[in-house]
Ligand binder design. Structure first.
Ligand SMILES: *Cc1c(COP(=O)(O)O)cnc(C)c1O
Length: 394
């Protein structure tokens, strides 16, 4: 019996435990010590971000971004529905309404051509989500945001070490958020970062992150005592976590190279199926450099998707799908949305399958995944395929 192939497996790059031990030995295991500093400087230098602040998660970074933009009841924030809940929750928890815009069928990213129609006097921000580490059409989005004087906050949770016209994701909006959750490319269990590209937000971000105090200024000797100066919360990660993360960030290129290999093998071996019209492969627009965050395929319809996942499960292969579109969720309904409101989002979400993808994936395991995908899709009768597709595209 061949071993089960997991969907994801956290990769240990090498020095994680050594650096954690060093953090403990240094005697400071709360936040903003040596390793947090190292991580922030590395991310700023590598990705051209004005200021990086590590956070306990990307969710926390998005919450900070929402607070910094002064979002509140009555405000609207534009985002895709095809995203993780945190994109919306960061704003909804402050009383703002998420305004969901449909996605482009080629990249699953916010459809920039539909954006302007959703902007109104209550719009405070646009939150592009760079799905799978492939950039949104940022030139157009930035232009529209400028025109209407609204902020751009990038959800770059999946976009660490990915680029748009040579500029890194997370460096393009006034604010951006990275994730280092164990399912992402660079990990520390749970972790994230707030990327600040507009200097006006730096000081208040430091305060919000430090429970609403000016402790950061105190540590730099800029004030002689620290005190409560604003709202805030506990958004500083421990040095133990930062030490782990630094070991990963030092291996940035090694990790990227291996992920690229896995992606390319999937792409090349599945291309014949795409040519036969049995599936669709990920699309990376010109000017976008992906970070190979995931490998997904799009099949004809929900029935095929469920059948394929079932087939893979029977062969001990874990594939997953996402997202349940936010506008069709119970919370989406509370904001007045219904099934049918965003047809591209709903169709794509029914058809998408993510294949196992992790650094240590063995070549023979990847071949097994490819073989089972082929076996399932190639043995489906052409007749049932064309009928179901015709129904879907109505
Ligand atoms: C993973 C992810 C998040 C949340 O990241 P956490 O670090 O787990 O909080 C937010 N948005 C998107 C698009 C994600 O993929």
């Amino acid at each position: 019996m061949p071993a089960k192939i997991p969907f994801n497996k956290p990769f240990i790059a090498g020095k994680e435990l050594y650096y954690v031990a060093q953090a403990v030995t240094l005697g400071n295991i709360s936040g903003d010590g040596y390793f947090t500093e190292q991580c922030c400087r590395l991310l700023e230098d590598e990705f051209g971000i004005h200021r990086v602040l590590l956070t306990p998660s990307c969710t926390a970074a998005l919450e900070m971004a929402a607070m910094l933009c002064g979002v509140g009841p009555g405000d609207e924030v534009i985002m895709p529905s095809f995203t993780f809940v945190s994109t919306a929750n960061a704003f909804a928890r402050l009383g703002a309404k998420p305004v969901f815009v449909d996605i482009r069928p080629d990249t699953m990213n916010l459809d920039e051509t539909r954006l302007a129609a959703h902007i109104g006097p209550a719009t405070k921000a646009i939150v592009p989500v760079h799905y799978a580490g492939v950039a949104c059409e940022m030139n157009r989005i930035t232009e529209i945001a400028k025109e209407h004087r609204v902020e751009v906050i990038e959800d770059a949770a999946q976009g660490v070490n990915a680029f748009y016209e040579g500029r890194s994701l997370g460096s393009l909006g006034a604010l951006g958020a990275y994730s280092f959750h164990e399912t992402k490319n660079y990990i520390c269990g749970e972790g994230g970062a707030l990327c600040i590209n507009d200097e006006q937000y730096v000081q208040r971000a430091e305060i919000i992150r430090e429970k609403g105090t000016n402790r950061s200024q105190f540590f730099r000797g800029q004030v002689d005592k620290y005190t409560w100066v604003d709202i805030g919360s506990s958004y500083v990660p421990s040095e133990i976590v930062s030490a782990f993360l630094f070991a990963q960030l030092e291996m940035l290129e090694t990790i990227a190279t291996r992920r690229r290999q896995i992606y390319e093998v999937y792409y090349e071996r599945l291309e014949p199926l795409a040519r036969s019209g049995l599936l669709r492969l990920p699309f990376v627009p010109p000017g976008c450099q992906t970070n190979y965050h995931m490998f997904y395929i799009l099949v004809d319809d929900l029935e095929t998707r469920d059948g394929l996942m079932q087939h893979l499960r029977e062969h001990d292969i874990s594939a997953v799908f996402h997202y349940v579109p936010l506008h069709t969720s119970p919370m989406g309904h509370r904001f007045g949305y219904h099934e049918g409101d965003l047809p591209v989002t709903e169709a794509m979400s029914d058809r998408l399958v993510r294949l196992p993808f992790y650094y240590e994936m063995r070549d023979e395991d990847q071949q097994r995944v490819i073989l089972e995908v082929r076996r399932f899709l190639e043995t489906r009768t052409p007749r049932s395929r064309s009928t179901s597709r015709a129904v879907r595209e109505k």
